[in-house]
Each structure stands twice: as C-alpha cells, then as structure tokens.
Write a protein that binds this ligand. Structure first.
Ligand SMILES: Cc1cc2nc3c(=O)[nH]c(=O)nc-3n(C[C@H](O)[C@H](O)[C@H](O)COP(=O)(O)OP(=O)(O)OC[C@H]3O[C@@H](n4cnc5c(N)ncnc54)[C@H](O)[C@@H]3O)c2cc1C
Length: 378
C-alpha cells in the first residue's frame, strides 16, 4: 500500500540492511539541511529510542511482565478476551481502527500517524491493556522493534513523558485522512494519562569492543544488523576497527521476537528473506561458508571451526541481549571470546540518549557531519 511523504524504509533500517548514516548521508548529500533536517531527525528518533532503552533495560522487562499479566488476564476473563479479539480482528465498528488493524496484519506496515491513532484508541477508547497492543504491533510490523515500539506505546499512554499522553481526535483523523474516516462521536477525547509507573534505574552502556586481528574469527549475524560489509569499514577516529579475516560465518535464527505469541506472516516472511539475503552476502566475506545456527548450537559451531573469537553485533535490549548473556560465558568456558561490536554511529549517539529527545537533538549535527561529508566526496 503506497503512502505519501514517508520513505517506508523502516523494515530495512530496523535490520540494518540499510543503515542510518547511509540514509542520513544520502539525503544530506543531495539536499540542504533546511529541506531534509526534519527527515534526518525522524531517522534519529530510532537511534534515540534504542539508546534510551539500552540505558533503561528495566523498561523492557517491566513491559514483558505487564504483557505476561495481560495474557493471563485474557485466559481468565472471557469478556476481556472478547474485547481484545474484536480489536485485533478489526471488528470494533470504529471504521478507521478496523481499517488500520486490517492494514497492519495484511501489510506489516502502518504510517506513523495511523500507529499513533491506533495505539491511542486502543488505550483510551477501547480501554485495553497497552502491553497487549504493543505486542500485537511488535508481532505484525515488519519493522517491529523493541525500542521504538515499546517506548512509542509508553509515550502515547503518557508513561514515557510523565503526564503527557496522546489523545486521538476525530476531527484530526478526518482532516489528515481527507475525509476517508470521520469517527466523530466514537472516540474518547478526554482522558487522564495512564497511571505513572516508577522511574527506571539508568544503567551504564556497554563499552564498544574490538575484535583482535590475527585470531581465528567467526562472524555471527543477527537480525539487529545484517550488513557486515559496512560494519567494519575503516573510518577515521578512535572507534574504527581493523578488518578481520572470517574463518566462518553463521546467521543466528531468531529464537524469540520479543513475544510469547506467534509472529505475523508478513513480518516473518520479511525477516526470513532478510536473513537469507544477509547469508548470501556474508558467504563472500567468509572462507568457511555460512551456516544457520540456533542459540543452542553456536558453541558447537564455534568449536567445529576452532574459533578463538565470535564477533557479533551488539546484543540489543529486548532482542539478542538475553541470548548473548548466556552465550558469552558458554563460549568463554571453551576459551572463545564473544566480541559484541558497536557501530560508530551507535557509540557516538547512545550516550546522549539518557534523557529526553530534545537534549539528544542537539547532538544530531555532530552525528551526521561525517556521513554528509562522506556522501559529498563519493
Ligand atoms: C505506537 C507506535 C509504535 C511504533 N512501533 C515501531 C516499531 O516497532 N518499529 C519502528 O521502526 N518504528 C516504530 N514506530 C515509529 C514510526 O512510526 C516508524 O518508524 C515509521 O512510521 C516508519 O515508517 P517510514 O519508514 O515510512 O518512516 P519515515 O517517515 O520515512 O521516516 C524515516 C525513518 O525514520 C525513522 N522514524 C521515523 N519516525 C520515527 C519514530 N516516531 N520513532 C522512531 N523512528 C522513526 C524510521 O527508521 C523510518 O524508517 C512506532 C510509532 C508508534 C506511534
């Protein structure tokens, strides 16, 4: 389904088939920053949410606890289950909600406005637990991302920016959809935000690690970063990495997409195709070919290739971190080091994402200065 004024690039950026500096550099190389600054800022929202969640992992664990409780409630409360199914099946009778629910499931994509309206109607009109809605999005969006999704839902509910919530307004929906929908009289337009939850403890960011050159090295790709060709490019500055010879390469099967429920068909197909594409490209980089590995088989794979280090993209909160928390010590027991690399973009940006977006925004110029220059000289 076509949409005006948006790139629809998010599934590719989410899995880093296309990277943030590549997108920002491409537009800054062709347009004045006064013309494309807003778009670059949108790209940086993703970076901001990831950096914030990396430093507040409690937001993910609390969301997962809330989701588990919501799922238990669905088992126990037939009326709640009926309201939930009515919403996710797009049978609420609110035409805009039902159309976007169907679009989400059929296409794996929604415009940002539709995501905001849908989440707001879910929380304030349908009065359903927000965690169940966030889970529904995460499972069906091809760009489903633990950081952008969870924190955007928290923001709509008024939890992320304390006391500031987003209420969908019928007149606004009628205006922006150019009359396709007019839900006047159907929405709750006055409501208090969700009850505030306790603040999260800020945790230090992991320091960027570097692979050792000269060691037998295995490249392990995950859904968080499927573009190894650009991950190790030697760039000036203290965060550059030396090129490594890859003895073997493996692509990590997605064990858990952040939900105990099944992923939507479109999102699953996108991820499968993305992993296959990355595996084909990685085969050129590695002497020993590419294998697909489950979290449980990585240690055997590394030992079979006599690896001394396994190099993987940073294990993100809500994504690969729990797998790597177990894998690191399991590899170490066999004298193999797990090295989690960080891209220069992340290492530069994340430390500034500890508070609100406006404080982070001040650093976007420095973050994008490099990629704009690179693109101009290309
Ligand atoms: C309730 C809710 C849930 C969301 N869940 C997700 C999610 O699971 N995954 C996800 O990638 N985005 C999520 N978003 C953010 C945003 O809606 C999408 O990134 C955007 O709609 C993607 O479409 P696009 O590529 O056409 O965006 P464009 O407008 O073309 O923007 C370009 C890029 O900027 C980034 N971006 C734009 N807007 C945002 C934003 N508000 N927050 C973070 N990054 C942004 C994306 O990488 C996007 O591809 C959510 C927003 C809301 C309100």
């Amino acid at each position: 389904m076509a949409h005006d004024n948006v790139s629809m690039l998010s599934p590719w950026i989410r899995h880093r088939l296309v990277t943030e500096p590549e997108v920002a550099g491409a537009v800054l190389g062709r347009h004045a920053s006064s013309a494309c600054g807003k778009f670059v800022q949108e790209v940086c929202w993703r970076t901001y949410w990831i950096g914030w969640l990396e430093q507040h992992p409690g937001a993910w664990s609390r969301y997962r606890e809330g989701l588990d409780q919501g799922l238990v409630q669905l088992d126990r409360d037939a009326l709640l289950l009926d309201r939930y199914l009515t919403a996710v099946d797009g049978r609420t009778g609110i035409a805009c909600f039902d159309a976007w629910a169907a679009e989400l499931v059929a296409t794996g994509y929604l415009h940002n406005h539709a995501r905001m309206w849908l989440a707001s109607i879910w929380i304030f009109t349908l009065r359903l637990p927000w965690e169940l809605g966030a889970d529904w999005f995460l499972r069906h969006l091809a760009d489903g991302d633990p950081a952008s999704n969870t924190l955007s839902w928290r923001w709509v509910g008024g939890l992320q920016t304390r006391g500031k919530h987003y209420l969908a307004r019928a007149a606004n929906i009628a205006e922006y959809t150019e009359g396709r929908f007019d839900p006047r009289g159907e929405l709750v337009e006055q409501s208090a935000p969700l009850a505030a939850d306790a603040p999260f403890v800020r945790e230090p960011l992991a320091l960027p690690a570097r692979p050792l050159s000269g060691e037998r090295s295995g490249l392990l790709l995950t859904l968080d970063d499927l573009h190894p060709e650009s991950a190790f490019e030697s760039s000036p500055g203290p965060l550059s990495m030396q090129p490594v010879q890859w003895t073997a390469c493996a692509v990590l099967e997605p064990a858990d997409i952040g939900s105990p429920l099944a992923a939507g068909a479109v999102a699953s197909q996108f991820r499968t195709a993305a992993l296959e594409d990355a595996a084909r490209r990685a085969a050129v980089l590695s002497q020993g070919g590419v294998e697909t590995a489950s979290p449980a088989s990585i240690v055997d794979w590394a030992r079979a290739h006599s690896l001394r280090q396994v190099v993987a993209p940073h294990g993100r909160v809500g994504s690969t971190r729990p797998v790597f928390d177990l894998l690191g010590p399991a590899l170490e027991a066999h004298g193999i080091t797990l090295v989690q690399w960080q891209r220069k973009w992340d290492a530069m940006a994340w430390p500034h994402a500890a508070r609100g977006f406006f404080a982070f925004r001040d650093h976007i110029g420095a973050l994008t200065a490099d990629c704009a220059a690179m693109n101009r000289s290309a």
